[in-house]
Design a protein around this ligand. Sequence first.
Ligand SMILES: Cc1cc2nc3c(=O)[nH]c(=O)nc-3n(C[C@H](O)[C@H](O)[C@H](O)COP(=O)(O)OP(=O)(O)OC[C@H]3O[C@@H](n4cnc5c(N)ncnc54)[C@H](O)[C@@H]3O)c2cc1C
Length: 446
Amino acid sequence: MRCELARAMEMTFPKYRKLAGSNSVYAIEGTHHVTEWQPMGSEGWIVHRHFASDYPRFVWIREMEQCSGDFESLTSNEWKELIAARHEHQPTEAIGRNLDPLSHPEECSFNWAMAERTTFGVEASARACAEVRSDAGVRWALCEAQRQTWPLMILGGGSNILMHSDWPGLVMHMNIRGVEVIYEEGNVVHATVGAGENWHDWVMLATQNGWHGLENLALIPGSVGASPMQNIGAYGVELKDRFLWLEAINRETGALQRFDHEVCQFGYRQSIFKAEERERWVIVRVAFALDRDAPLCTEYGAIQSELEAMGVAESATHFDVAQAVMNIRRSKLPDPNELGNAGSFFKNPVISREAFQKVLANHPDVVHYALESGQVKLAAGWLIEQAGWKGYRKGSCGVHDRQALVLVHYGGGTGAELWNLAQSIMEDVKLKFGVQLEPEVNQVGV
Ligand SMILES: Cc1cc2nc3c(=O)[nH]c(=O)nc-3n(C[C@H](O)[C@H](O)[C@H](O)COP(=O)(O)OP(=O)(O)OC[C@H]3O[C@@H](n4cnc5c(N)ncnc54)[C@H](O)[C@@H]3O)c2cc1C
């Protein structure tokens, strides 16, 4: 079933403008973002995206917003008519990105099955789902959810969520694609990637192109758009090490905003988008800073020994490191296509030095890492294994027999059953070690 494009709600952004005495039209997408359609020849448009990285450009956008100078306000219908009167010619910088202002191919599917869209594979359905392929599509879906007063959730690859019940509202399924090199000089390459691109495919594309720095993050499931949410990390590298900025659309106002590294407040499996800005933004693209000459990062885990087993330890390339990481991951972690799981269910707990001394007194062999902050990170997998849960199974749910941090779903179970198991483990670890575990996986509909 489908629902046709509904009347759009009035969001604060975009705002539409025209330059008096010219045929140029503008969509103000946020306080720092403008898309400009400039006439080309008698029939075409050339599209420019402007980001106010300096004060004069910011003032230019503000004046446009206030309709001062020669700017005139347009309604969205007037703007659409003007745009439709010519053809768009996307500039090279926009290849792979859907800038078509009139494209709102998004439509809702109803009773959308979620089991095959989430790696736990727990049965659940959503009232409606909108596949979004552009910024315009995101705004369309936001308006649709507002208009219907439906709760909204954003779904990427579904590899970090546990559905506890059916979703009563709209699922915005992120499908914005495209990879674009925005800067290249010497060994440095900056590229933006659409939020709907598959994370692993992006890592392999970058590695094959010689844009290095992400290879240790190979084979992490999910989408590029979700990667900053918890600052994904593996084998000694975190997203934050190669992150430049991201752009996100405000769920209330429709405004496009750029977030640089500092603003994102990345921490261990944490960012501002999981804290005070939770559920306020839809991430639409992420920019990365890569380096053709990035040093290989092989000290962590079994990478070095895997490179030796591969016979390339002396001559390892970045591609070899990605391959080694993939081999290790495949040997340790269950493939969600074969056994439902969401990777590590719990975060590694970070505790104070005093609390650590208490754990150490009773468990001298506790696996731990001292942090620069003075705190101590414990290995949650070790705690769970020592508490006797590794390989445990009850009905449809269990704890993986090779990695105690991973809860698994054998099929036919529910989110509530998995959550009950997670709670039993948390209580038991608290009892035995005095340490509180915290889930890494997002709980939906608890
Ligand atoms: C086998 C396996 C291994 C894993 N290994 C690792 C690992 O090594 N390191 C690691 O860090 N993680 C790991 N994970 C967890 C997971 O892959 C990552 O957290 C991944 O980034 C989730 O991406 P996703 O697109 O599947 O997100 P989803 O599960 O679809 O969403 C996760 C959360 O992000 C929100 N979200 C998604 N997209 C957007 C967007 N565009 N804008 C705003 N909010 C959004 C969702 O609403 C939800 O709250 C693993 C998971 C599995 C199944």
